[in-house]
Design a binder for this molecule. Sequence first.
Ligand code: SAM
Ligand code: FES
Length: 347
Amino acid sequence: MQSLIDKLHKEKTLQKDELITLLTSITEEDKKYLFSKARAVADEFFGNRIYVRGLIEFTNYCKNDCYYCGIRKSNLNADRYRLNKEEILSCCEQGYGLGFRTFVLQGGEDLWYSHEEMLDIVSTIRNAYPDCAITLSLGEKTYEEYLELYKAGANRYLLRHETANPDHYSKLHPPRLSAENRKKCLYDLKEIGYQVGTGFMVGSPYQTTENLVEDLLFIKSFEPQMIGIGPFISHKDTPFATFPSGQLDLTLVLIAILRLMNPNALIPATTALGTIDPNGREKGILAGANVVMPNLSPVGVRKKYSLYDNKICTGEEAAECRMCLQNRMKKIGYELVVDRGDFCPIK
Ligand code: SAM
Ligand code: FES
């Protein structure tokens, strides 16, 4: 197995059947070897520097009905909220003071904010914080809308492909949504010039090892600047309430494989990873991740952005959350940096 890991390290990809072997037959010893290789590659590109992104979850209204998601429109138990422009800007102000140089605006697909309003919010942040990156995570939009948001000052966009396999996609989403359109959006974003992030949930219902390999190879061919993966975690008020959550170890193995396949990509140790294991984010970093995303949303709304059960960081102030992560990273020999943390192509 270690020779397969060496091959992955050297060639930055493997054949489909080799990836299946790696995922299904990896031993504890091999995992240690894989993680150390992945960590060494991340260290080569980023040293012991961990980039931070300030996450602003500005609305939990959503017009979509993804079967796995706690803020799906059919969940009548969700306590809905929206932040207005002033509230979003005050999150940015607080975040800037805490050393954040990337703001991530994430929300459900909420048409209450008109396109013009979103343009206004983005351009106001752009003018107020010229030295910061603005990342959007607003779901599927038209080419023109993405283009105008880019021109208004957004630099990056996060849109997980969720699963590269169309059949699997249709088991996770209602018929209105398709893997094809999801991928079209990703290619549109890339063409426009955004730094694009994609990714998937590990252990989502009906996922097979073949699906995971398709995900890895899709990501390799798409060449995203950012790759976000985290375990699926069930939410009690969704159709997937009784499905088991994704596994920590498999998530870590996939992070490490992704690092070896995409050496300079920006890969977060996600909140979902920290939710399934108290040290999940530290373990993610040690398996090759190099980004963390503390929460900048006002404490009053944190619990309401409940995509899955038992989400961490819902009671902490932004400053506490940042300090907590800083200490956690320090303990494993890494430091949070005040930096936009842009993607750098390999020269
Ligand atoms: N609406 C935007 C979109 O669809 O890209 C952004 C918000 S969406 C809630 C952000 C991500 O949360 C999704 O891409 C999905 O992978 C993740 N997510 C949703 N429900 C989840 C669950 N139950 N467990 C883990 N991750 C989940
Ligand atoms: Fe949010 Fe620890 S990272 S409280």
